[in-house]
Design a binder for this molecule. Structure first.
Ligand SMILES: Nc1ccn([C@@H]2O[C@H](COP(=O)(O)OP(=O)(O)OP(=O)(O)O)[C@@H](O)[C@H]2O)c(=O)n1
Ligand SMILES: C[C@](O)(CO)[C@H](O)COP(=O)(O)O
Length: 255
């Protein structure tokens, strides 16, 4: 799709065009079971990472997507980008990833050119996030938040336990956090670039998301509403759900 497809008033302003997205896609997908690296597996016949790229590029505020590929899959990811239709207004870079999600994100950040002041980090494993969520995250960063996470209330009650050494062994419950204060967070997570860069330079130790690195710096993180369809494809049943959501969208779109 070219810019000519957009009426002049809908084209991004120069400042809005500076949102860049890092997509860590270098994981193996161990919890999904044997097969190709997770981001290369297909949903509705299309690789998961192409769905994730399209979900980001659907936002007219996104001008650049940096895909962090499995280290042995850079050429394959480049050729997938070349062989699928993607909006022309978005640029793409592919870089090799690292041993952990955190390292892959850092490598993606290092590849960003000057001028990308709003940076989103989005899991390739969340292929179906709607554009409304992407735009809400970008808007909150533009409004001045240093770090933004899409979040949903929990349906289950959560227990904190003393983890057992052996899988499946009973685990003593030590606390029940008040559910009304808990949120399940998703991606894309959005950041002021300087904040995220500092977090990746200074925070040590393992984390499970980028926003928690910002929290460790003592800086603020805020939520915006997440979306049920932004769930992460982690285990085999998630693939079944993702195929069903995609089939419903295609029916609704009249495909
Ligand atoms: N070394 C890694 C590990 C993960 N990721 C990416 O981080 C996102 C979220 O990670 P997760 O869902 O845990 O993916 P995997 O690490 O592939 O899954 P698993 O833990 O089951 O192996 C995914 O898009 C994954 O490709 C990455 O870029 N580099
Ligand atoms: C970043 C994340 O998707 C937020 O929910 C999540 O923490 C990633 O966890 P994973 O174990 O790497 O899938």
């Amino acid at each position: 799709m070219s810019d000519a497809a957009f009426p002049r008033e809908e084209r991004p302003s120069p400042s809005a065009a500076r949102a860049a997205v890092v997509i860590p896609a270098a994981g193996r997908g161990v919890r999904l079971g044997p097969g190709a690296p997770k981001a290369l597996r297909t949903l509705g016949g299309t690789p998961m990472l192409i769905h994730a790229v399209r979900a980001m590029a659907a936002s007219r505020h996104v001008s650049l997507v940096v895909l962090v590929a499995p280290p042995d899959g850079v050429a394959e990811v480049r050729s997938l980008l070349d062989s699928h239709s993607l909006p022309e207004r978005t640029d793409f870079l592919v870089v090799p990833g690292g041993a952990t999600r955190q390292e892959s994100v850092r490598l993606g950040l290092e590849a960003l050119p000057a001028g990308s002041e709003v940076v989103l980090v989005h899991d390739a494993a969340r292929p179906l996030v709607p554009v409304e969520t992407v735009d809400a995250v970008i808007e909150a960063v533009r409004a001045g938040a240093g770090a933004v996470v899409p979040a949903l209330p929990l349906a289950d009650t959560v227990k904190e336990v003393e983890p057992a050494e052996a899988a499946g062994a009973p685990e003593p419950v030590v606390a029940t956090p008040v559910r009304a204060r808990l949120r399940a967070v998703q991606t894309p997570q959005g950041f002021d670039r300087a904040v995220l860069t500092r977090a990746h330079q200074e925070v040590e130790g393992e984390v499970t998301d980028d926003a928690s690195m910002v929290e460790r710096l003592g800086l603020g993180v805020v939520t915006v509403p997440g979306h049920e369809e932004a769930f992460k494809v982690t285990r085999p049943l998630d693939l079944v759900l993702a195929e069903a959501v995609l089939a419903r969208r295609r029916r609704n779109d009249g495909f």
